[in-house]
Design a protein around this ligand. Sequence first.
Ligand code: UTP
Length: 301
Amino acid sequence: MRMTERITKAVIPAAGLGTRFLPATKAMPKEMLPVVDKPAIQYVVEEAVEAGLTDVLMITGRNKNALENHFDRVAELEATLVAKGDTAKLEKVNQSTDLADMHYVRQGDPLGLGHAVLRAKMHVGREPFAVLLGDDIIDARDVLLARMLEEQIARNASIVALLEVDPDSIHLYGAAAVEATDEDDVVRITGLVEKPAKEDAPSNYAVIGRYVLKPDVFDVLEHTQPGKGGEIQLTDALMEMAADVEGTGGVYGVIFRGRRYDTGDKLDYIKAVIQLAADRDDLGPELKPWLAEYVAGLGRD
Ligand code: UTP
């Protein structure tokens, strides 16, 4: 049995500028936008905890206070709810406080996702760890992270999550060149291209915001030069690791076929709110008939 049999650390980069969501993100990180009644980031931390990761390091930027406060106690509010005997609301307040062992480090300048991940080097040490992007929500009913952790241990390689997307949207993602393995939902990554034009994309497999990485990624990121958009790209570091199978164990992709919402994108955010609200017992029964009527009305315009 290897020492790294159990992975415990999750790194959540949440230091991006969120420019696609201005002006909402002028004074608040996009990860704090509520999806129904919970900030996006809480779904992400809950997913990490559900997969057995108990130590969470968040990479924060400007406006980090709201993120830290959300996972901390709030004595005054708690005291008021206790005095009122409102245990249901108190439970909602405390839900995010006791989730995980939370740590924070600031990124300084937002020089790219690769740069944000490199900020986790000291905290993570020489163990494999998970990276979950703070604006990407994976539906809690669909399994992804647990499967990726399992494959990391089985293959002693770095793992990315892949989603098959429409060829017309591949330019929004990192696209992977892949090779089949003995497992139906796992491929070996032979190349990666960040945000390719449709005709340059090696496949329709898009890299989405979940990774389980070997600590070798830190050594690679130390010398990764700014790439697309002048940012230090995690994709570029992963590409180097994919090519160096001897040194790093290579990179594999776990193909995800479930529900995923990119809350950093306005349209996807709206879809996430509607879908998740429609599925909820407290909101769905009233929302769905209203939605059906509204949609029927659109057809009449
Ligand atoms: P995005 O590209 O979606 O974030 O990065 P962004 O730059 O905030 O987005 P827009 O385009 O301006 O709206 C993906 C993830 O990486 C984090 C973001 O917070 C997000 O979770 N990130 C990105 C950092 O932590 N630091 C960076 O320098 C860049």
